[in-house]
Design a protein around this ligand. Structure first.
Ligand SMILES: [Zn+2]
Length: 315
């Protein structure tokens, strides 16, 4: 895979000029050469030493959330789990909108997830890679026709530095949002997911993954079960397209690679837990042989042992 360096600030600005906003007051920010100045509150934002737009909050910001409580929520979505959402394991769509043949799949994505990528409606359609790290997804997003915007709280290879809890963009700006392994790093996922939805256009798609039984890593705050992420997304007002365990990433593999045997090559780490994984599968096979609901049991096993989950939703 070609490792393209992030564009310099003058290159991304023309594309973004209309949608950049002050993260503190949502005011329009104007490019004054050395700084971006908010026309609302007067805050000045700069360029990082790595040439990134630094639109992180400079002061504390008060955000208010209205949270609805519905005691019957559990009973309504149990039905949906069986009937609609859960694709076990998360599998490729029959009619993907974008053909990725011949393109290398970035390390944090798999072909099933790529099959849910939307195709850009027109040239210059903006997409946001939320928590983009070193912008590994740039190539596949550009292949789908999008103008790529990478945002991260601190990674030095991200195009824009910003806080997912106070996004520096106008409402209804993006046609597509990626949030790969991002939600578990939010201090307040209920606020962060509302921010993601706010900056999406109506009908825009969000594709993401979130840690479930992965061990603590890189300042992770809240790991989500499938019920957790389903509730979070529905509560924010999204329409759910799919939620399911992320590829071949069961808890034993996640634990082994990430914390039990760190620095060991991944293959070797996998081999060390393979016997236990085999016995676990065998035990459940024996169990399902005497039960009538083999498919339901296998779905439950996959969800209950997932290292992480994939979700696809629309605004
Ligand atoms: Zn401002």
């Amino acid at each position: 895979m070609s490792m393209t360096s992030p564009p310099r600030v003058p290159e991304i600005l023309p594309n973004l000029g209309n949608i950049l906003r002050c993260p503190a007051c949502s005011g329009i920010v104007k490019n004054q050469g050395e700084t971006l100045d908010c026309q609302g509150c007067g805050e000045r934002y700069g360029i990082s030493p790595n040439g990134q737009l630094d639109l992180r909050l400079k002061k504390k910001k008060l955000s208010q959330l209205a949270l609805e409580t519905n005691s019957s929520f559990d009973s309504t979505y149990n039905l949906q789990i069986e009937d609609k959402y859960w694709i076990i394991p998360f599998s490729a769509r029959k009619n993907p909108e974008v053909d990725f043949t011949g393109l290398e799949v970035p390390v944090r994505l798999n072909p099933a997830q790529l099959s849910y990528f939307p195709k850009a409606r027109k040239a210059g359609s903006l997409m946001l890679d939320l928590g983009c790290g070193e912008e590994l997804h740039r190539q596949v997003c550009e292949h789908a026709g999008f103008a790529y915007v990478g945002l991260d709280i601190r990674h030095q290879k991200a195009g824009i530095l910003g806080d997912a809890h106070a996004l520096p963009f106008a409402d209804n700006s993006f046609d597509f949002v990626l949030a790969i392994a991002t939600l578990e790093h939010l201090r307040n996922p209920f606020l962060g997911i509302r921010e993601a939805r706010r900056v999406m256009k109506p009908g825009a798609r969000l594709l993401g993954t979130v840690a479930f039984l992965e061990p603590f890593h890189d300042l992770s705050y809240f790991h989500h079960s499938h019920h957790g992420v389903n509730y979070l997304l529905q509560d924010a007002g999204f329409k759910i397209m799919a939620i399911g365990p992320e590829g071949d990433w069961p808890v034993l593999r996640a634990l082994s690679e990430m914390i039990l045997f760190p620095k060991l090559p991944k293959k070797a780490a996998n081999i060390l837990v393979a016997p236990l994984h085999f016995l676990h599968r065998l035990w459940w096979k024996l169990g399902s042989a005497i039960s009538k609901s083999e498919t339901a049991q296998e779905r439950y096993r996959l969800l209950a042992t997932a290292g992480s989950l994939t979700f696809v939703v629309e605004k």
